[in-house]
Design a protein around this ligand. Structure first.
Ligand code: NAP
Length: 217
């Protein structure tokens, strides 16, 4: 499958490398073609890997991953071009982190809205599925690195899109437990987990952890 990764940071690189290893053709998108990190990744990742602008990647991808800075995600998708997004599934991994007041970051949207919803509202031509945003990128693509039945969440309005994303998560990335929280408004829940995730990161002194659900019956 042809997949676009929007984002040249550690998340974009980790997801892109995993997808290439799974046999997919992957184009990494950036604000500028020839981005240093994207070029270095494409050279390292081999013939199935390529890079370009957000628009180049969007035109190429049958499925899209948003791995951009939360505060830049809407601009990145605008730059990708609405025609290139039409009807496609966007797996949104971004978080609405505001670093303007230093560490720890706050959320620039929360409570009665979320970045996932902002993206879905701004780009109705996309089928947005929020997922993977509640863990470090090392865990995203290698859940078996942690013991137990820990979970990944999905939020989105389109059942078919969520089924497609679940398939990538389970058959591709190896997730055993995918919890469907409901429509895209449930992204408020996973994005609001970030303030706790950041404190756990500090307390546990590692980013390699995740959430396990324990319930009766
Ligand atoms: N780090 C993790 O393990 C982790 C875990 C869960 C979720 N997340 C979320 O995943 C996303 C990616 O995180 P990251 O640390 O890999 O990278 P990042 O530094 O948050 O984002 C890098 C990407 O954002 C783009 N970008 C930055 N400002 C922009 C703007 N104003 N307009 C358009 N694009 C802009 C950059 O474009 P250029 O390529 O042009 O520079 C680059 O591709 C974030 O939303 C983060 O909160 C991260």
């Amino acid at each position: 499958m042809k997949i676009a990764i929007f984002g040249t940071g550690v998340v974009g690189e980790t997801i892109a490398s995993k997808l290439v290893a799974l046999g997919h053709e992957v184009k990494m998108g950036s604000r500028t073609a020839g981005n240093e990190k994207a070029v270095a990744w494409a050279e390292k990742a081999g013939p199935r890997a390529s890079q370009g602008t957000f628009a180049d990647a969007a035109a190429f991808g049958e499925i899209l991953f948003n791995c951009t800075l939360g505060a830049g995600s809407l601009a990145a998708l605008e730059a990708a071009g609405r025609e290139n997004l039409k009807g496609k599934v966007l797996i949104d991994i971004s978080n609405p982190l505001d670093f303007s007041k230093g560490m720890p970051p706050t959320l620039f949207v929360s409570n009665d809205d979320s970045l996932g919803e902002q993206i879905q509202r701004a780009f109705p031509e996309l089928k947005v599925v929020k997922s993977l945003n509640t863990m470090s990128c090392t865990v995203m693509v290698d859940p078996s690195m942690l013991p137990g039945e820990h979970v990944v969440f999905v939020s989105g309005n389109d059942a078919g899109a969520k089924a497609q994303v679940k398939q990538i998560l389970t058959e591709g990335f190896g997730w055993k437990q995918v919890v469907d929280l409901g429509d895209i408004t449930t992204a408020r829940g996973t994005e609001s987990f970030l303030p706790l995730w950041i404190r756990l990161w500090g307390a546990l002194r590692t980013a390699d952890f995740n959430v396990q659900i324990v319930k009766k019956g």
